[in-house]
Write a protein of this length. Structure first.
Length: 767
């Protein structure tokens, strides 16, 4: 009888197990349908609609894959069609690319974490937006997390360090704007880190160098700065991609297993380490667009597996060895735009069928038409040596100066309150030479655009040139008053017409102190490099020389493109109702200007602050594209002595000017909300009125009626919030321009969605 009892127990257990298994499958199926609802029913998941069978048995598509194990979802992959890209033409993220404003990333992740057996999660280009919630760590079985090409921002949650099984983290193409995680060494299985195309800042974290399991590091197209540490401990590393950051150290030692190294468009300096010539697995090396100097190691060219070698646009100098040999796999070499001299080694012969070689822009004795004269490379070399000597002198002098300051601090503090200028005591300079803005002549001479936005701005831009005074006099009928467009604190602005019939704008700057021509030209050279789609293009200059030897100047003329459609202030005024901009158009203008100012702060060396931000200086072209004028004047005219007399040091000057731009932009935002600041509506009045934004009645009273009738409440609230922060009395509470830009782009996205919904409703009602 015992076997009957055993049979009965087994059957009973089987009966009890059936509902449990069925319930688990039903529970997870419901979770998947909830996820589909959270994602606002993307077309990629239409296959789930009305499907009555087990979702685990659905076949994969190119856009959706679902894998189950032990009656639970173990892999979920969805590829959407909402890439996180920004339209430069309209100035804000492409409409309808994000999920709607009702989307909650917190609720979405809460539902997601109930799929507790997930090992692989890939959610790409689905328009997911918001800060990634900490609770993502509840997916404790997760091995791969891929959420690239979405709109997530903020910090990468440190709680991800609890995912002990995680080996791949891919968050490319989002808007994360904090630092790179410094907890990666806590993940014992971690192999792939990919955070490309975000807005990450700060230094390269040292913990990465302790994560010895890593095979791939991809952090390109961010804003990382500082030193790149010794990487040689990463014995398993194959790919290192740090392109387009702001790393500014010498090149460190590298692990010998590397196959791809991409370090272009940074600020690396010094020589290329000889150790690079022993990386025998290396196939692809790109060190272009840095500040590397010296002769490249000959062994680089003969590495057994090297196929691509790009050393272009550096400061490499000297001669390549005649007996230089090239590896059999080497198919592309670019050594152009350096300072190399001598002959070209035979293995780099341009007539070779084995490889493509680019070598223009050097001083080589081959293909003379594409080379500089030898004096160019020798002169640069001498000036480089000069900079080294001067740097040593400056450092030594700074040490002595600090000792003197420590001994006589009380005397110094009293003196700087009574003296009109103490710039030589507080701003270290390589060459004084009447440099009122504290920017050394050597820095001005070697300033380099480091922003991709600069390259976008210069495409198709007119060539910068020097105008003669006679040309400008002819263009303005001897600066006739009828050609005067306006006059302000930085001089008169004239309209002119040149020989080809096109119009120009000429800014006459009377200089209140005499400048050396050389120093002034260096400053103008830097100013000419400030090219961006939302900056009024500087076309050239004219220096009026004075003195017996024409060595000094006391006035200068700046020649700009003529922007024909008036200024932003005029388009906010009810005096010209046909020109008044609706809310979405105002947002486009504000975003364009914010991009331009962010570029001026971060896109050039040295940065340009105190950019005279006001609605009068924002011009609109024939397509209503915003262009900022009167920017960069501090490079030429800033009177730092006044700041120094108030007791500000170099750091406080930098921060003060940065905050000035943020604060002044806050009032541009404010005018966009309430209309132009007219007589009786000064700063104090508007600051008091800011409290009115807190209520609907207050908004109706103070906000421009055009704005109220053309905006969505979410979009308006976002701009009001960032405006409050910009004009905060406490400078520490003011946002960065990066934060300002993100908020404006978000407000524009929300507005675009609201406008689209309104049009859809109108069309439905008509039908």
């Amino acid at each position: 009888m015992w076997y009957y009892k055993l049979f009965f127990v087994v059957c009973l257990s089987w009966v009890f197990l059936i509902p449990s298994t069925h319930q688990l499958q039903s529970y997870e199926a419901q979770l998947l349908l909830q996820l589909r609802k959270h994602l606002e029913y993307p077309v990629q998941l239409q296959i789930w609609e009305n499907y009555t069978g087990d979702l685990c048995y659905l076949g994969p598509t190119p856009y959706m894959s679902l894998t189950c194990q032990d009656n639970s979802v173990s892999e979920l992959k969805i590829m959407g069609d909402k890439p996180a890209k920004v339209s430069e033409f309209h100035g804000y993220a492409v409409p309808n690319q994000t999920l709607s404003q009702s989307f909650s990333i917190d609720s979405f992740v809460t539902t997601l974490t109930r799929l507790s057996s997930l090992r692989v999660l890939s959610l790409v280009s689905l328009g997911i937006w918001g800060p990634l919630p900490d609770k993502i760590h509840r997916l404790y079985s997760l091995e791969l997390l891929d959420m690239k090409s979405n709109f997530m921002f903020g910090t990468i949650p440190p709680q991800l360090s609890r995912l002990v099984k995680l080996h791949t983290l891919t968050l490319d193409g989002n808007f994360f704007n904090d630092t790179v995680p410094d907890w990666l060494d806590s993940l014992s299985n971690f192999t792939i880190l990919s955070l490309k195309n975000n807005k990450l800042k700060g230094q390269f974290p040292s913990s990465i160098c302790r994560t010895t399991t890593l095979t791939d590091i991809a952090l390109s197209h961010n804003a990382l700065s500082g030193k790149l540490p010794d990487m040689s401990t990463l014995s398993n590393l194959h790919l290192l991609d740090l392109r387009e950051n702001r790393l500014n150290s010498e090149l460190p030692l590298m692990p010998k297993g590397l196959t791809t190294v991409l370090l272009s468009k940074n600020l690396f300096s010094g020589t290329i380490p000889e150790q690079f010539g022993s990386l025998n697995q290396l196939q692809h090396l790109d060190l272009s667009s840095n500040f590397l100097s010296g002769i490249p190691p000959a062994a680089l060219f003969s590495l057994p597996n090297i196929s691509y070698l790009n050393l272009a646009s550096n400061m490499l100098s000297g001669s390549l060895a005649d007996h230089l040999s090239c590896g059999d796999e080497l198919g592309f070499v670019d050594i152009s735009s350096n300072r190399l001299i001598g002959s070209l080694p035979s293995c780099l012969d341009k007539n070779s069928d084995k490889r493509v070689v680019k070598f223009g822009g050097n001083c080589l004795s081959v293909d003379i038409q594409r080379q500089h004269p030898n004096s160019y490379c020798k002169e640069k070399k001498r000036s480089g040596m000069k900079r080294t000597v001067v740097l040593v002198v400056v450092i030594g002098g700074s040490v002595i100066l600090l000792v003197c300051l420590a001994l006589g601090l009380l005397i110094f503090c009293r003196r700087k309150n009574s003296m009109g200028t103490v710039v030589q005591h507080t701003l270290p300079k390589v060459v004084t030479n009447n440099s009122p803005s504290g920017i050394s002549s050597e820095l001005l001479a070697n300033a380099r655009i480091i922003s991709q936005a600069a390259k976008l701005g210069t495409q198709g831009a007119p060539v910068y040139r020097v105008f003669s005074l006679e040309e400008l006099e002819e263009a303005t009928n001897n600066f006739d008053r009828s050609m005067l467009l306006g006059e302000g604190s930085i001089g008169k602005l004239y309209k002119g017409r040149v020989e080809n019939g096109s119009y120009i704008a000429i800014r006459y700057l009377p200089l209140f102190r005499k400048y050396s021509i050389r120093n002034l030209k260096l400053r103008l050279d830097l100013l000419s490099k400030l090219r961006h789609p939302h900056l009024v293009s500087l076309l050239g200059h004219c220096i009026d020389a004075v003195g017996p030897d024409d060595s000094t100047a006391n006035r200068v003329f700046l020649v700009y493109e003529c922007v024909p459609n008036g200024n932003f202030r005029a388009h906010l005024s009810e005096t010209c109702p046909e020109k008044v901009l609706k809310w979405s158009d105002r947002l486009a203008v504000l975003i364009g200007v914010a991009k331009a100012v962010h570029f001026l702060h971060t896109g050039v060396v040295s940065a340009s602050f105190s950019n005279r931000l006001k609605t009068n200086n924002i011009l609109l072209d024939e397509h209503r594209i915003a262009k900022l004028s009167d920017y960069g004047m501090s490079i030429i005219t800033e009177d730092i002595e006044k700041l120094e007399a108030k007791g500000d040091g170099p750091k406080s000057w930098h921060m003060t000017k940065l905050e000035d731009d943020v604060y002044n932009f806050g009032f541009i935002l404010l005018e966009s909300l309430v209309g132009p600041i007219v007589s009786g509506k000064g700063e104090a009045f508007l600051l008091n009125e800011m409290a009115s934004f807190g209520s609907q009645d207050g908004r109706r009273r103070i906000v421009d009626p055009i704005v109220l009738t053309t905006c969505s409440q979410e979009s308006l609230s976002t701009v009001i919030s960032i405006t409050n922060k910009c004009i905060s009395p406490e400078s520490s509470n003011r946002p960065s321009f990066e934060d300002v830009l993100w908020n404006l782009q978000y407000a524009a996205q929300v507005q675009a969605t609201a406008d689209a919904d309104q049009k859809s409703e109108a069309a439905s009602s008509q039908s």
